[in-house]
Design a protein around this ligand. Sequence first.
Ligand SMILES: [Fe+2]
Length: 216
Amino acid sequence: MQYLTVPLGQHRLPPLPYSYHALEPVVSGKLLEIHHSQHHKAYVEGLNKAELKMAEARGKRDYSLVKHWEREIAFHGSGHILHSIYWTSMAPIGNRWETPGTQIHNLMANYFGSFLAFQEQFSEAAINVEGSGWAALVWQPGWGRLEILAIEKHQNFFQVGGIPLLVMDVWEHAYYLDYLSKRKEYVRSWWQIVNWAAVEKRLNLALVGQMPLVIN
Ligand SMILES: [Fe+2]
């Protein structure tokens, strides 16, 4: 079986699939530029550093800082993965599906009862994340069904094995510049820019165990 490998310490910041101003007025160009070019970049750099430091320690068989570097790999690694999926979860007008595809819609109806019930639970999960974190719709291959997660930071309360299909960043850096402390307003506005075509595509890939960071 063929698979892609990212060499140790060589993760790269993926380019946005649209311009920094493309998601306005829901997300301003200034916010998106800072979020992508500074925050996401920092996670990529933190992950690369942690992997290389861990490799160096492994070479010396010095595991005195193993807890620290494994935590860094979990934090920055999850931050890099979630942001990469977040960018493709959104798209500008005219370049996205405005409503869920048939397959994801049917799975939502089976598990949550309806699309509106899914949307309500996802929104509430996002609004109620304590501090910084994410709401995520994942495909849980172990159980063959969808699940919603309210992830704290990038890695706490993540269910092992879940493959993210749709993620919403509710760190303050994702909305504060535009919405100040009104996270609820950001959450409600955000549904306008969800690209359901990407969710359907990610579902089809998740069903065969794949989770690419960049999708076309
Ligand atoms: Fe973020």
